[in-house]
Design a protein. Structure first.
Length: 107
């Protein structure tokens, strides 16, 4: 399954459009990560634990999008858009959504 943010794939022809597919995930950041991230914000540096959570959430959303596209017969998803939002009390949770158009591509 080919996933891309572009509306077309160079060298490939889109022969069928299946429609919009999406994947969503919500991940909570625990209080210890919050605490250490706030310390790191004061002293500088990257917040590695948050970066890990962001990557994990993005991969989960893309995996769900891919599964949905595969289930309807597509072999690619084009025009993927990733959106990140904080939700919950005091923004304690991270929501990642991935949406795109499921298609069939040929050479």
């Amino acid at each position: 399954m080919l996933l891309t943010t572009t509306p077309q794939i160079e060298g490939k022809k889109i022969t069928r459009y299946y429609g919009i597919v999406s994947g969503e995930t919500i991940i909570g950041a625990n209080m210890f990560r919050d605490f250490f991230a706030s310390i790191r914000d004061v002293v500088g540096g990257r917040a590695g634990s948050y970066e890990h959570v962001l990557r994990e959430a993005k991969q989960t959303a893309l995996r769900e999008l891919e599964e949905q596209a595969s289930a309807i017969g597509a072999n690619a998803v084009v025009g993927i858009d990733l959106d990140y939002e904080t939700v919950g009390a005091n923004g304690s949770m991270l929501m990642v959504t991935a949406a795109g158009t499921a298609v069939w591509i040929e050479d």
